[in-house]
Design a protein around this ligand. Structure first.
Ligand SMILES: O=C1O[C@H](COP(=O)(O)O)[C@@H](O)[C@H](O)[C@H]1O
Length: 350
């Protein structure tokens, strides 16, 4: 196939096409629909395995607990076949992480306030929940911090630790993954600035820096990460918004290029992608804010070769396609906006 395959998850009803497979055409960046799959309510976050044979989706089912769905991927055209579903054991599962050895999934239930560990079976199905960890507490500043809201998790580059970003309690909660016991063991907490509301995390490719996108105060916190004991040392906090912006904003997603030279963050309200240069120490300097090409860019994705960035604009029901300048990191809108209902997550198959 000439062009990259991408998956888009959306806030859609169970009977609607919730995960759509597109081809991003190499010449010019147009998106062409290949397939779609219904039967999953609100598949708002998607994760792929390393060899691109499996896709895992959360389902923020409208009533009660959500679920996790596992799919096999057809290597020729990206078509999905459902393998199984497992209850998420909490409401509004909004993120799923696969550990590097592909033995476990970690799911964060935003409204359920808990973190759930699942075994991945050899056939790619999701096993029954192995552990459910309830977070407790609240944050000081914001009405969305009335209780714990685990929003996402990330595996450490050495595959030993999981860090959970909890928006509700203003903490990054570190767990050690005990593979023998099949359990997450509490390790430590890193407190963030009061009212920051951490949402998504990304490691620098050097494994020695962690970047946290804070949703509620629209900042990015930069940490030195010490792998030996999973400790974080804060070295910078920088605004994701322009100083002049006066409106309401919640920042959402964060990604680094594979070389680690450029970092991108999305702003919902200002409706932009902020572009930063990363220096040798990992510190960020703003390059530009680019309009997200629509309203409410909840998540976005970079191609593996960093040539394209796609933004999912939930409230304008559209996906914007950008080329990424390899030397400057700047984004150029290719003006191929694609209309699709409430897109919120994008993944490149290749
Ligand atoms: O209240 C909710 O919030 C979570 C997180 O949303 P975000 O604004 O932080 O992206 C969402 O996943 C869930 O559907 C919603 O009920």
């Amino acid at each position: 196939m000439s062009g990259r395959i991408i998956y888009v998850g959306a806030y859609t009803g169970e009977d609607e096409e919730g995960i759509t497979v597109f081809q991003l055409q190499n010449d010019g960046g147009k998106l062409k629909r290949l397939h779609g799959i219904a039967g999953i309510a609100n598949p708002s976050f998607l994760t792929l395995n390393a060899d691109r044979t499996r896709l895992y989706a959360v389902s923020e089912a409208p009533d009660g607990d959500g679920y996790i769905a596992s799919f096999a991927i057809n290597s020729k055209d990206g078509e999905l076949t459902l393998l199984n579903k497992q209850s998420s054991r909490g409401s509004a599962p909004c993120h799923v992480t696969l550990d590097g050895e592909e033995q476990y999934l970690v799911v964060t239930n935003y409204s359920g306030g808990n973190v759930v560990l699942y075994p991945v079976e050899v056939d790619g199905t999701v096993g029954a929940a192995a552990q459910i960890i309830a977070h407790s507490g609240q944050g000081p500043r914001h009405d969305r911090q009335e209780k714990a809201h685990p929003h996402s998790s990330i595996m450490s580059p050495d595959n030993e630790y999981v860090i959970v970003a909890d928006l509700g309690i203003d903490k990054l909660v570190h767990y050690r993954l005990d593979r023998k016991a099949g359990k997450l063991i509490f390790h430590r907490e890193t407190e963030v600035l009061p009212g920051a509301g951490p949402r998504h995390l990304v490691y620098h490719p050097n494994g020695e820096l962690l970047y946290a996108l804070n949703e509620l105060n629209s900042t990015i916190a930069v940490y030195n990460y010490a792998a030996a004991d999973s400790t974080l040392e804060s070295i910078q906090t920088i605004a994701a918004l322009p100083e002049s912006f006066q409106g309401t904003n919640t920042s959402a997603d964060i990604h680094l290029t594979s070389c680690g030279r450029f970092l991108y963050a999305s702003n919902r309200g200002h409706d932009s992608i902020a572009v930063f240069r990363v220096d040798a120490a990992g510190l960020l300097a703003l390059i530009e804010h680019v309009p997200s090409g629509g309203r409410t860019p909840r998540n976005f994705a970079l191609a593996a070769d960093d040539q394209f960035l796609l933004a999912a604009n939930q409230d304008s029901h559209s996906i914007a396609v950008y080329s990424v300048h390899s030397e400057t990191g700047q984004l150029v809108d290719l003006e191929h906006n694609l209309n699709i209902e409430a897109p919120v997550c994008i993944r490149f198959l290749l």
